[in-house]
Design a protein around this ligand. Sequence first.
Ligand SMILES: Nc1nc2c(ncn2[C@@H]2O[C@H](COP(=O)(O)OP(=O)(O)OP(=O)(O)O)[C@@H](O)[C@H]2O)c(=O)[nH]1
Length: 896
Amino acid sequence: MAQSYFPPSASASVVDSSSTTEEIVKETAFGPADKVAAAKGDDVEANYLEQTDRIVGAIDDTKSILTDIRHFNKTSWIVRYPRFKPASPPPPESPNRRRPSSRHSLSFADDPAKEIDVVSSRRKSMKRSLTLASVADEVTEEPDLLPEDAPSVGEEEGLIPTDFQILRLDLKLGPHGTSSSVGGLVSQLEKASIANLIDERIGHSLNHLDKLRTRVVDKSSKVLVTGDLNAGKSTLVNAFLKREVMPVDQQPCTNLFCEVHDASENDGVEEAHLIEDCMSKSYNREDESTFTRVPMSGIEDTVSNSDGTGALKIYLKDPATASQSLLGNGVVNISLIDAPGLNRDSFHTTELFSRQEEIDVVVFVVSAENHFTLSAKEFLFNASNEKAYIFVVVNKFDGIRDKAKCKRLILDQIKQVSPNTWKEADDLVHFVDSKSALAKAAFPETEPPKSSVPQETFDTMMSGLRSFVLTKRAVSKFGPAITYLRNILSDLDLLLSTNRIVADADIIEAKEILDRARPELEKMEREKQVLEEGLGNEEDEAGNTVHQRALAILEQALERVGRGEVAVDSTLVHRASSRQGKAVPSLPPYPGILHVWDYASAVRKTLLSSLDMAVALAEDEARSVTSSGVEKVFTLADSYLPAGAERANRVFVPEAMFSLRNRSRTGRRGQTVVAGGVYGLGIGLAQRQDLLETSFLDVFAVHHHLAKISKIHDGDEESFSPWGLVSLGVGAVTMVGGSTVGLRSFVEGVAHLGEILGNEQTRKWIAPGVLVATVGLGVYVILELPKTIPKSVGIHIKSSLTESELHQYHHTNLVTPQPGFAEGHALRIAKETRKVLRMATWESRSLYCRALDQRGAEVKSAEEEIVRAKTANTFFDSIEERTYAVREKVEVPMVA
Ligand SMILES: Nc1nc2c(ncn2[C@@H]2O[C@H](COP(=O)(O)OP(=O)(O)OP(=O)(O)O)[C@@H](O)[C@H]2O)c(=O)[nH]1
């Protein structure tokens, strides 16, 4: 026969997931059907209480798990949301070929392009798990997996095993965003946005769990007693209550809904509250404005005289013990609702009433004498659809002579209108005499009327109703909670197992990064000092080389100038690439005695220009050395930088060296700028007025000529000779002949002559000397001047450039001691080289430090990633254990 509502003998088996919700509840609450044995209502109550505790515990634990995941999602690990699509089947040679439906291609909503193949499985513990296909194909069949043909969680509801049920996110965007599958994603969302959506879903789930919990712990339960007019409903309710509370009459008398509660719900006071509108939700026992107080003695009149629109709440003290009382049975607070007869005007109200969620059980009373009327059949049919099972009481059975026939006929009618009830008729259909049951219970001291129906049938019915109420409560209150818990646990399996795959992949990736970056970092830290020294050496070497070469070029140039030659020769000019094609300067042709002064000036200018060219050549040489120095620096840095590190991308432009930038900032616009810049040594010599001025000594260098002549004749520079006088004469004439010689110079020359004439030896030679001098004058002027002027000029230039330790240039306030021409320029040029090299080494150091920092950051981030992923895995482990414990509470059946 059908399922019983009584608890089983001791048993402990895992519930088959293919069961329906109601079966789950019955079996988890009261044991498997085939092991059901008759048991007392007390056991049902005990089981009910235990089941309540388990479900409440499971709800609380699940809430705690969800709260922790929510927190973890916010603080430690951004939970990734998976999406699946069918994957291609494994290769034929795979040792562990799973059914194709268990293979899926997994990706994540924030990274849909990256897909990996996974195998989904369901264990006997109801746990849903995912394994990488590559791993699953390797391992042999695990023993605790369910058979392949067993439906997966949700499959019986048309869901794929990798689909979410509670935590599902509708990520489809756009105007047609009515997707019911995550596979319909059309857009990639940010990780954090997805995590927020998951957080939101978890929030919703927590709220729903709160509602389920409230419903599970709610102790109230309503039993609606209804049936045809005059079927004996009020008599039955009174028999349940074991006292006459509801008015009983052979005439139809119940005009309003009477809801009987235990007086404990009204502070122990017995009384009735009349509510004008029975469907109104505004009734509040503590607010007198919502009802009219009716004394117990006034119930009969109120019920009989009502126009049928109101409701009456009756609070009643039930003297029966908890094990016998229906109202206060110690488990739930049952309220009995005595409804008006169905074939009254209130039919639709009653039907509506019976559908209310808080009505756990409908007790349908039918008179054995009348069987089911049309309205009764209609109500029963509709109510069966709503509640599935109806508790049917066939009253007034005492008045039936052919009881078997009556039973058969009535059961046939029940079969038609409520097949489920008919299947379990032994428990759900009772044939009683409630009138005599009421008489015995309410008036135990008086002789009970004789009845053809034994009292036990009523007692059995009463006990059955108590169990039925609890069972039905379990179905209506535990069922949704159990189903919801199973679904959310299954979703958590899916969410966590996919996130575990991510964490494992992150660990592998981070370890690969560490394997590469950590040795690189250590090597770079070790080599940093070596590179530093190398770069410093390159900087010094280039600076020193440039200094030496510039000094050599310029000293040689000065030497040449000192000898009256141009400062640079063709070899030097051709060596400098930038000077190629430029003419080597040469001394001007001698224009003749009458232009000797101009000649000296031109020579001076040429020599100075050639010195400028020497400076430019030294700068060119510096450019070349600097260029190769820069290359060496970058090559050196390059050899120390790890693969993949950023390289120097600056291009060194040698032409930019020694050029003036930012001239406008100096405020020195308009100055002539040539090699060397504008300051001090920097200005072109050929442009400097102080050096360009030709002096008397350029043309007639007394000591120089005297010394030369003396050396020619007697090798004694100290003694005077006729040649010396000739020189003197030439000098004097030159002074007079020169257009620019001043009077002062002439007088000085004469005075000098006077000093010489004061010497006795000189006086003796004076006359012939003057004669010879006059003759020698012409010879000397013609023959020697073209040779001696360049030398004189060169010597003067050289001495002014080398001996001038304190160089002061009128355009500046520079008064600090300055090095000579060669050293000064060598220092300046080398300084420029060092500046360029310093920039190159600085950039190389920066690149190295940046690469070092990047490697350091990479290592740190990989290490943190490993810690983070390991922490996540530890968290997932703990959640797995906790969900397993919750699942045990939900799935493991109770032991009676
Ligand atoms: N013989 C017999 N009479 C019954 C039984 N139950 C009720 N009666 C009688 O049937 C008549 C109607 O009983 P009620 O309890 O008022 O019936 P009801 O269904 O509540 O009536 P309404 O509320 O008016 O629809 C009364 O006279 C009862 O004494 C029973 O089991 N056997």
